[in-house]
Design a protein around this ligand. Structure first.
Ligand SMILES: NC(=O)c1ccc[n+]([C@@H]2O[C@H](COP(=O)([O-])OP(=O)(O)OC[C@H]3O[C@@H](n4cnc5c(N)ncnc54)[C@H](O)[C@@H]3O)[C@@H](O)[C@H]2O)c1
Length: 295
């Protein structure tokens, strides 16, 4: 396997492209937005510079990684002759179904189609293709170049052969894959999102403030980051989408999103990517707690 296409060049897509390119894969990075592609290359370059300054890679590695990435806004051109597609477009069912219908037409029969979705059913995504045995979840964690885990999700029809190929490929990227079955939220988000939602409820009900909640979880549970700060990093819109999938998928109101989270997303406060979530990031640091005003 040499040629990989990554669809979506946002938070996750740029990290996935970086990781493949650094491991000598030729990467087509595809987005509908030119601006997002430009920002992705800027982010990848910055992250490579950090790796060089820490002595983790050489300048030659940085140049080779950047050379391995080609940007496209045309899906058909971008996925031509690739062995693997990793879709990392917005967490929206309609968007993903349309992309996979198009991939079914534009890719070679043997091309493996993976999705980095946080919660949408791999089985459902696979059902709009003619090759559901070759559709699989490849759930990277943010920030991709740093985080070791890949949650490998077997859809109902995913074959053993494709699962083994993706498990091995994840190891080639220096990651540690874990195989799980396709149920809402898989393992990672089924456990993480109710914790984040409960932290937001704890704030909403006035039990404690943002920094107090995060400090309890950092110092008391040895979490490297509090749940509210983590939600800001994941994106509050992404957290809301995942909770909606869990709520609908299990038909259980225990997954219903806290009204404060819904209000913040409606107000455009999506966390780090919009400059403000539970904390304010506009000065380049996490410096101001703002969420109380949405109560
Ligand atoms: N943010 C996280 O921490 C995280 C972690 C693991 C998985 N994920 C999943 O990764 C995926 C991407 O999330 P993100 O946080 O990078 O989102 P993001 O909003 O940062 O980026 C999404 C990108 O997809 C592009 N896009 C939208 N429709 C497209 C289309 N039809 N074709 C090509 N590009 C398109 C957008 O222009 C944007 O650049 C989602 O499925 C999300 O659930 C996110």
């Amino acid at each position: 396997m040499n040629n990989v296409a990554v669809i979506g060049s946002g938070t996750m897509g740029n990290g996935i492209a970086h990781s493949f390119a650094q491991n000598k894969f030729k990467v087509s990075l595809i987005d509908i937005s030119d601006e997002s592609l430009r920002n992705a290359i800027i982010t990848i370059t910055k992250n490579l510079d950090r790796q060089v300054s820490k002595g983790m890679i050489t300048l030659e590695d940085k140049e080779m990684t950047l050379k391995n990435i080609t940007c496209f806004t045309d899906l058909e051109k971008g996925v031509k002759n690739v062995d693997l597609v990793v879709e990392a477009a917005s967490e929206n069912l309609a968007i993903k179904l349309k992309i996979f219908q198009d991939l079914d037409r534009f890719t070679m029969p043997e091309t493996i189609l993976a999705s980095n979705t946080s919660s949408i059913s791999i089985t459902k995504i696979a059902s709009v293709t003619q090759k559901p045995d070759k559709v699989i979840g490849m759930h990277f964690m943010n920030p991709v170049p740093v985080m070791k885990l890949v949650e490998v999700i077997r859809g109902y029809a995913t074959s053993d052969e494709i699962t083994n190929t993706i498990m091995d490929l994840s190891k080639t990227l220096g990651k540690i894959p874990v195989e799980v079955n396709d149920y809402p939220g898989f393992v990672a988000n089924r456990i993480l999102m109710p914790m984040i939602n409960e932290a937001i409820y704890t704030l909403y009900e006035g039990v404690a403030g943002v920094e107090e909640i995060d400090t309890v979880m950092k110092l008391g549970m040895a979490h490297p980051m509090g749940p509210l700060q983590l939600a800001d990093f994941i994106g509050l819109d992404v957290c809301l989408s995942i909770l909606q999938v869990l709520n609908e998928g299990f038909g259980n109101p225990k997954y219903a999103a806290c009204p404060l989270l819904v209000n913040m997303v409606n107000a455009g406060n999506k966390g780090v990517k919009s400059g403000e979530g539970f904390y304010n990031y506009t000065h380049g640091t996490k410096d101001l707690v703002v969420a109380e005003k949405f109560r």
